[in-house]
Ligand binder design. Structure first.
Ligand code: M6R
Length: 365
């Protein structure tokens, strides 16, 4: 049931404040201001030397975001790869590793094969899944559910942001266990986490502006997405969403990589979408934006209002995000990234819920 939305994808984008809120509530003891993990998560993070993450597509990008959280908050080294590579790499795994798999469907063939490889190596296997009865859930040592509800649109939206919510909660729990976060740190992070649904609702208000960009974007042959830090995997996710449903070629790049090649592509025909939360690398992203502007690139800046004003770069458009603790920005900035893809594809008359050549669940390799 699409409710009063035209597509499942629109419904799923719009229900994110609710389902992300529900997911967060599952992992937070609100009264205590603390994270609570399911009892079956029998992991002593002090004894974990490395977190090994594997997944496909959007779930892989959630893992890439989580790498920043686990390294920063828990000082836990993270190794991550797409499951189609991981399963054949013959990568050494050790008893002190913790293996983590992320999947909406819980049936993705490559992710499942990677999980079986990790199990066979004797690693503890943890999974973040949306379908609790799935094969990946069944074969895991412990399951951390996302409570996104059924996701019908082939382009993943709400599953992604719910995965991020679970992963941030887990990184906070790991940081507490490893002593890299104090009780006060935890309280601060928990209050940032619980502010996410409200901020996502704010971010959804940028929809009319984004809709207004669809005509321009629909004319593009290539679109570049740039971000630094946690906005880098988000740039990859934004580009994937646009490719999947509009069939416009899009690429996500770490903003700092621009001058190592992709800047050669920039001219007035290439829209450059810059995801720039107000974080420690914001200034760096701004200088990359200036490099794009100097070459005639047409910038769509997604960032906080003040920050965007201070950046003083010529943009084609600015999508204003509310002010927030940058640690939670990936969940909030996912919303405009999804809406950009949705409205561009819609304007182009594409079948946004069932894009060509794609299946919701990839159960063969
Ligand atoms: O069900 P899974 O999360 O394991 O699926 C992984 C990918 O196939 C999936 O995220 C795919 O990339 C989506 N079409 C992205 O929108």
């Amino acid at each position: 049931d699409k409710g009063n939305h035209r597509h499942f994808m629109a419904k799923e984008i719009h229900e994110q404040p609710e389902v992300v809120g529900r997911t967060i509530a599952h992992y937070v003891d609100l009264a205590a201001g603390r994270i609570k993990m399911p009892a079956e998560l029998d992991v002593d993070f002090r004894k974990v030397n490395r977190l090994v993450i594997s997944a496909c597509g959007t779930a892989y990008y959630a893992g890439l975001v989580a790498r920043y959280w686990f390294e920063r908050l828990a000082r836990l080294p993270v190794e991550i790869d797409v499951a189609s590579e991981f399963r054949y790499r013959e990568t050494p795994l050790f008893e002190t590793d913790l293996a983590l798999f992320i999947s909406q469907s819980g049936e993705t063939a490559d992710t499942l094969a990677s999980l079986r490889y990790a199990r066979a190596s004797g690693a503890k296997v943890l999974s973040v899944v949306n379908v609790p009865t799935s094969t990946i859930a069944r074969e895991s040592t412990a399951v951390l559910p996302t409570l996104a509800g059924p996701e019908i649109g082939v382009a993943s939206t709400k599953a992604f942001t719910c995965q991020l919510a679970v992963l941030l909660a887990l990184a906070i729990a790991a940081g507490r266990a490893r002593g890299t976060l104090s009780e006060r740190d935890e309280e601060g992070l928990v209050s940032a986490l619980v502010s996410v649904p409200g901020l996502m609702a704010e971010a959804l208000k940028s929809e009319p502006e984004i809709e207004g960009l669809a005509r321009e974007l629909s004319k593009a042959r290539d679109v570049l997405y740039l971000g630094r830090g946690m906005a880098y995997p988000l740039a990859l996710e934004g580009a994937l969403k646009l490719k999947e449903i509009s069939y416009i070629h899009a690429e996500g790049y770490a903003a700092g990589e621009l001058k190592h090649g992709p800047i050669a592509l920039i001219d007035e025909t290439v829209p450059v979408i810059v995801l720039a939360p107000n974080d420690a690398v914001f200034e760096k992203t701004v200088s990359n934006m200036q490099e794009v502007a100097a070459r005639g690139g047409r910038i769509i800046l997604v960032g906080e209002e003040n920050a965007a004003r201070e950046a003083a770069v010529d943009t084609m458009a600015t999508i204003a995000m509310p002010a927030m603790n940058p640690i939670i920005a990936p969940m909030v900035y996912a919303v405009p990234a999804q809406l950009i893809a949705y409205h561009t594809a819609l304007f182009m008359g594409k079948d946004v819920d069932q894009p060509r050549n794609l299946a919701k669940s990839v159960t063969v390799e």
